[in-house]
Design a protein around this ligand. Structure first.
Ligand code: CTP
Length: 406
């Protein structure tokens, strides 16, 4: 369906790639309005965007051709998505701090639609703490910020800072436009990443979970309108835009954080890989080699999902994961029963493209009521959405939270 897309172009050499983004969006039938900063017009003429978009290009806050409306408010109001590509360090700073000294930044304050920021700049600029902080601030506020591509940059440096390929930007825009709002009004709690059990101040037991699957679920749930709480063990991933973020370390911390969220949760998705064992004792000081080889005595950690599922209320939907190396589906069904879950996402981590550290997954969704759903190899984001489709289906079969409270 045709949408209104506001495309903000700021002053970087990658501005020429915005022409390709604009052209593709128009070919897809969208109504594209382009707003350029003055510096952007030094790289590409507004006429290029006017010809591609077939709409006047906005550059000057004080130019008001139509006496019946105020341009920067009217178009920002109508927009289904506001994309800033390329976003320079300067424009990112203005968006992060609410400055409104040109048409682009003024419209960004007026827009209530999802905002997608696509940075492009020199590798050292992108890594500068000021830019890193501004990007983090935008993400916390619910702005979607794409990661720049890595490669040879116009400035001659090689590294992270390239505008992602136009087709990837268009795909990200499509995802935002297509996002179903079928989780609106619901609270979704997602656990992600590994947990860490300390042996002494410098050594620990953990596992290879990167958190990618859980973060993808949190992002997809947020895009579908849920209020999301992401509880994460240590990972290298940036927090998910617009989601509440709780950082934990041990399995015991994870349990405490999840328990605290349960009174308001409608859905709990346990994508974390909690450590199942911990040392019976955590040494206060580093174990020295001169002390000899230590003997580790381990004890079980609490099972987070099984513990909270004992008090699961009828309207709540609990989802677990089962990473297996043999008889995967059978093991998954066992976990569904043992942990009192509604759905289990089973993956055989020995298969190519599935498991820790990769961007794809091949899973089977085992349901309490109904046939298993076998999914092909997909990106973790697609798996997240397929899983959420099943969660919505299970939610529809449960009593509403309000009914339960009555
Ligand atoms: N899980 C949990 N608390 C734990 C261990 C696991 O909540 N202490 C959750 C995981 O988040 C996952 C599911 O239980 O959703 C299954 O985790 P997995 O590691 O596959 O299985 P375990 O229950 O640990 O059983 P086993 O290691 O014997 O396969």
């Amino acid at each position: 369906m045709a949408k209104t897309i506001l495309l903000g172009v700021s002053g970087g050499i990658a501005a020429y790639k915005a022409a390709s983004i604009c052209s593709t969006l128009v070919k897809q039938g969208h109504d594209v309005h382009v707003v350029m900063t003055e510096h952007a017009t030094r790289f590409v003429g507004p006429l290029t965007f006017q010809a591609l978009s077939r709409n006047p290009v906005l550059t000057d806050t004080f130019e008001e051709p139509n006496p019946h409306e105020i341009a920067h408010i009217a178009i920002a109001d109508r927009a289904d998505v506001f994309v800033v590509a390329p976003a320079t360090a300067n424009t990112i700073a203005k968006l992060a701090h609410g400055l409104a000294d040109d048409m682009l930044s003024t419209m960004a304050l007026a827009a209530r639609c999802p905002v997608l920021v696509v940075p492009a700049m020199n590798v050292n600029m992108f890594a500068h703490p000021a830019v890193v902080d501004n990007v983090a601030l935008l993400r916390r506020r619910g702005v979607y910020v794409m990661e720049p591509g890595t490669g040879l940059l116009a400035c001659g440096w090689t590294g992270k800072g390239r505008l992602p390929e136009p087709e990837d930007v268009v795909a990200a825009i499509e995802r935002l436009l297509e996002a179903r709002q079928d989780l609106g009004g619901l609270r979704v709690v997602v656990t992600a990443g590994p947990t860490v059990e300390d042996l002494d101040p410098v050594r620990y037991l953990s596992n290879g979970s990167t958190g990618k699957m859980g973060y993808a679920i949190a992002e997809a749930a947020r895009q579908r309108g849920a209020s999301v709480c992401l509880i994460s063990g240590p990972t290298a991933l940036p927090p998910v835009a617009g989601a509440e973020f709780i950082r934990i370390r041990s399995t015991e911390d994870l349990l405490a954080a999840v328990q605290e969220q349960m009174p308001t949760a409608d859905v709990l998705i346990g994508a974390a890989a909690p450590a199942d064992f911990r040392p019976t004792e955590r040494l206060a000081h580093k174990w020295k080699k001169s002390n000899g080889i230590p003997t580790l005595t381990l004890e079980p950690t609490p099972d987070v999902l099984a513990t909270v599922a004992r008090d699961k209320r009828p309207h709540q939907v609990f989802v677990g994961f089962a990473a297996e190396t043999q008889d995967a589906v059978e093991q998954g069904r066992k976990k569904l029963e043992q942990k009192n879950l509604d759905l289990v996402v089973v993956n055989d981590v020995t298969e190519a493209g599935a498991g820790f550290g990769v961007d794809t997954n091949r899973v089977t969704l085992v349901r309490r009521n109904g046939a298993d759903v076998v999914l092909p190899l997909m990106s973790k984001f697609e798996v997240a959405n397929a899983l959420l489709d099943q969660v919505v289906d299970v939610l529809h079969r449960k009593p509403a939270a309000a009914q339960e409270r009555d």
